[in-house]
Design a protein around this ligand. Sequence first.
Ligand code: MN
Length: 211
Amino acid sequence: MAFTLPDLPYDYDALEPQFDARTMEIHHSKHHAGYTKKLNAAIEGTDLEKMSIQQILAEVSKHPSAVRNNAGGFYNHDLFWNILSPDGGGVPDDSSDIHQRIVNAFGTYEGFQDEFTKAATGQFGSGWAWLCVHDPVGNLFITSTPNQDNPLMDDAPNKGVPILGLDVWEHAYYLKYQNRRPEYVSAFFDLINWEEVNTRYQAAIKQVAMI
Ligand code: MN
C-alpha cells in the first residue's frame, strides 16, 4: 500500500508571521510531496510495501539510500507539521507530564530552549533537531541528525523516539530568514503545540521499549 501525503492540520498561512505561507506551501506541497512520491517509487514491488513507516525506519540500514532519505523525509515532516500550531508556544502546562520531564532533564524550560537551540543551530548543513524519549521511564534527550535521518533509524548514533522535531534544512526558512537560522529557531518556540507533544510523550514511553 502506498504512502499518502498527509494534509496539514491548518492552512498554509496559519503559522504567520513566524512561518510564512509561501514557505509552508512549498515545503508541504513540493518537498513533503516529493519525499512521499519518491518513497513510494523506492519501495514499489518490494516487501517494504507491506510495512509501516516505523517498521521501515527500524531496519533502514539494510535498504538503499533512496529508501532511507525518503522514508525519513516522509516521517519527519509528518511529525513536524503536527507539533506546530497557530495557538502554540509558551511553556508547557505545569500539570502536564512533559513539563515535569523537561524540568527533570534540563532544569527549567529555558534550559530546554538553550540546549535545543544549540542542537538546531549547531547542526552543520541540512538536518533536524529533536527532543526524544530515551527509555520507558520517560527520560528525555536532545540530539540532531543530518539530512533526513532521525533517532528511530536502527543505525542512529543516539536512538530514541522523537516527540518534537525542527527541520533546519534551508528550504524550511530561507525565503523569510535567509541565512539567519537562529531567528527561525527562535520563532519555532512560539509555535510548539505542547498538548500534542505531551500526547506523543505518553505514546513514546510505551513504544521506546520496543525499539
Ligand atoms: Mn523540510
